[in-house]
Design a protein around this ligand. Sequence first.
Ligand SMILES: [Zn+2]
Ligand SMILES: [Zn+2]
Length: 239
Amino acid sequence: MKSVFNYCLDFIYPRSCQICDAPMLCHSNRHHCDECLNGFHTINESFCKVCGRPFHGNTIESAVCSECEAGKFSYRGARSLFLMRSLEREFIHQLKYKKGSYLKEDFLKLLRSNLSFYDYLEESTLIPVPLFRSSYKERGYNQSLLVCKWISEEISSCEVADVLIRTRKTQTQTKLNRSERIRNVKNAFAIVDNFVLDFDRKWIVFDDVFTTGATVGSCCDILQKYNNNNLYVATLGHG
Ligand SMILES: [Zn+2]
Ligand SMILES: [Zn+2]
């Protein structure tokens, strides 16, 4: 429920879409117009069963992409909600650097429009990729944990277990190649003492973006010691 104050605020200062600047309907809790959200490249079907990369054209479902064919992974599969293109990059930027808590309703619209991704998350324990404490202090929140909480509020069979910690400051992965990324985050995570996890559930390590899978892979390496049969990955974007 929006407060009277917010109604008045919307009336005096009508909001516009955070991406294209089109005027938004008053009294909506969303900040992106339908046209922009409908333009997101959501990944629904025909994707690599290991990394979640979408296939284009008539590729059979559940195949493995060339990059994953030779690899060994500590998780059984990864899925992403959407492919990273310009609209999606802007969305992730807002989530990470502009106090993204206002994006909840826009995120839920995207989530509800992708039923196969929605189903993938059902009955899982979501484990967010943590920030190092200095980054957390600077940002004030962990964007992956924030999204996990939104999901668990939407999907009642999902729960969140914030059980990982980042043990050292890692360089930003953006300018690193695949092997440098793996080295950068190797052994950078640990499990908190006295963690509580249900070993019968599907565990999903959750991050904002999957690029080479190095970060989520490093988290899964730690978790695999406890549960190696039911460990998965999910991210918002696939880079
Ligand atoms: Zn727009
Ligand atoms: Zn793949």
